[in-house]
Design a protein around this ligand. Structure first.
Ligand SMILES: Nc1ncnc2c1ncn2[C@@H]1O[C@H](COP(=O)(O)OP(=O)(O)O)[C@@H](O)[C@H]1O
Ligand SMILES: [Mg+2]
Length: 267
């Protein structure tokens, strides 16, 4: 089972948008996919048409071992796509887990408990700040996808994430690999093109071939609790998200050529 987190310590970089739409595309291609919402805002749940307010149990109880997976997971309107919802309860996680030995490894343990073959991929939607939750995510996933909004400060944010991965590798001897950096919220201006060129210059083939441009249909879809493939399947946003999902699908670590692996490993 692939374990992929969508991470960036900044808010509003399209983590949730990518997570749910990539999940939907992979499910449409026949993969069995679990979206684990690990943000107190519950946006992944909302984007998949599930109102997480007042819901119980959620990912919070599941992480703590207080609710079984079967009671926590919910089907979505999309065949092959399941959801572990989150809501404000997750804000209590650092305090609730304070006395738990190995509390950074709770997500890893829970995912390891899933029966082999239940899912082809689990896609984790991350919160925008560093916390015990993100420590759990980085300990549990094998791959990260980093959405970077094409703005003046984008390169800084991206550098921070790469440094975090390096630190983790130095501290623990292992860290998730960088599967893809996705440029998002792109609008054609000279500055945006300069930033994109710098991003590609620094990160090479780790940057997705397809850029997610600014698209009102993508925003509308999220506000209606639908993926863009349901809401506006012929929009440019839908085409871009499908292409990005396909890039992620192709970059399955086992399917990557030695050349590609080296390119990513050298970052
Ligand atoms: N391609 C896009 N064009 C326009 N708006 C977008 C696009 N992708 C995402 N959005 C909107 O931008 C906001 C932030 O996106 P989101 O995925 O929730 O970011 P994050 O999870 O990183 O905080 C949301 O309102 C979303 O609907
Ligand atoms: Mg989000």
């Amino acid at each position: 089972m692939r374990r992929i987190a969508f991470i960036n310590e900044k808010g509003g970089t399209c983590k949730t948008t990518l997570c749910v739409n990539v999940a939907a595309r992979l499910a449409a291609r026949g993969r069995r996919v679990l979206v684990a919402d690990l943000d107190t805002q519950g946006h992944a749940a909302k984007s998949l048409g599930v109102d997480p307010r007042g819901l119980a149990p959620t990912v919070h109880e599941w992480l703590l071992g207080e609710a079984p997976f079967a009671a926590t997971v919910r089907p979505t309107a999309i065949p092959g796509l399941d959801l572990l919802p989150a809501n404000k309860d997750l804000a209590g996680f650092p305090v609730a887990a304070a006395a738990v030995p190995g509390r950074e490894g709770l997500l890893l343990r829970r995912l390891d408990e899933l029966p082999e073959g239940t899912y082809d991929a689990v896609l984790v939607d991350s919160p925008p700040s560093r916390s015990l939750v993100t420590d759990n995510i980085l300990a549990a996933v094998r791959e990260v996808v980093v959405p970077v909004a094409v703005t003046y400060l984008a390169l800084d944010g991206c550098a921070e994430i790469l440094q975090s991965l390096e630190r983790l590798r130095a501290e623990r001897g292992a860290a998730p690999s960088l599967t893809l950096v996705v440029a998002t919220l792109y609008r054609k201006t000279r500055l945006a093109d300069e930033i994109l060129a710098k991003l590609r210059g620094r990160l090479g083939t780790a940057v997705s071939q397809t850029v997610l441009g600014w698209s009102v249909q993508v925003d509308e879809a999220q506000s209606h609790g639908r993926t863009v493939f349901e809401w506006a399947p012929r929009s440019t946003g839908a085409r871009a998200l499908a292409a990005i999902a396909d890039e992620i699908d192709r970059r399955h670590p086992a399917a990557m050529s030695d050349g590609e692996r080296v390119a990513v490993g050298r970052l």
